[in-house]
Design a protein around this ligand. Sequence first.
Ligand SMILES: Cc1cc2nc3c(=O)[nH]c(=O)nc-3n(C[C@H](O)[C@H](O)[C@H](O)COP(=O)(O)OP(=O)(O)OC[C@H]3O[C@@H](n4cnc5c(N)ncnc54)[C@H](O)[C@@H]3O)c2cc1C
Length: 294
Amino acid sequence: MYKIAVVGAGPSGASAGYHLAKNGHHVTLIDKESFPRDKPCGDGITPQSVRGLATMGIEREYVKKFASEYHSWNSALLGINDRDYFYKFSDGDLGFCIPRYVLDHLIYERAIEAGCIPHKQSVNNISQFSSDFKQEFDYIVDARGIFAGECNLIAIREYWSLPLECLPSKYHSSLQVYFDISLGISGYLWIFPVALNDKLLKLNVGCGYTIKEYKQNKKNLISVFENIIANHRFASNLLPHVVTRTKKKVYPLAMTKWNNKICDRNIFKVGDAANLTDPLTGEGIGNAISKSAQ
Ligand SMILES: Cc1cc2nc3c(=O)[nH]c(=O)nc-3n(C[C@H](O)[C@H](O)[C@H](O)COP(=O)(O)OP(=O)(O)OC[C@H]3O[C@@H](n4cnc5c(N)ncnc54)[C@H](O)[C@@H]3O)c2cc1C
């Protein structure tokens, strides 16, 4: 059995810590933040993420019982330029949305229950950390997210709350993703339902595009986002009904890249640190959880 430091306690670090501790290793789970903590995200949990969470005993019923905010989805709308393609899944509830403030805390708690020792510390240089603590740790898992990975996409997110009846019912439990040419070839706008509180539907609204196109555009991401939602055929109709809007948060993403080096001597990278986000969908939680389990 090994002594292992997992640095970063987001979905990848906490999942890696959970599985390592369950397998009898001595795990110290280090993060610079105290949990619960926010992480800008679309909050979309896909079937892959649902399966990954289940390996840690975080089944759908568990999430429903313990999560303060949660909303399942059963359909998806894909908008490409002016055309919309709506798909209702026959399997019923496939995935859900849950604010990361809530989800990451659930996974973190599972890791601690499994035996991980929590420790608050900022580790800026992982090689230095490895050599400074070579007596204490046989292996290091680098799960510091995008700050240890390579940033190749930039995104912005905010939350809107509006009366449920202001949204056509077919969108109440639907993930909406719109590819918009103003965001370049791979950029998109998303609108995801994350919670229903007292007949107010909370939506996660955001957009992202590649760093390359962002630099070519030379436009501020906040004004790009404001412009898109003000002119968008669906989002612009919601805007007059929005009761509360949170502060916008800009955050980078780490999409998969070729020849990705994820291991260096006794240091292994997982999740965004290893650039494991899907380049097409922007989904990173599924790989963060399931690859950490392996
Ligand atoms: C705007 C946006 C929308 C997204 N939407 C979705 C979506 O809808 N669905 C989806 O599946 N994925 C989505 N993603 C991707 C997803 O958020 C990431 O893939 C996922 O968070 C990766 O998890 P992680 O544990 O690797 O990293 P993180 O969640 O970033 O966790 C890293 C942890 O490391 C800690 N840390 C960082 N630096 C240090 C340090 N120096 N010392 C100690 N600790 C440190 C942090 O505090 C944090 O807790 C989105 C990403 C963005 C930015």
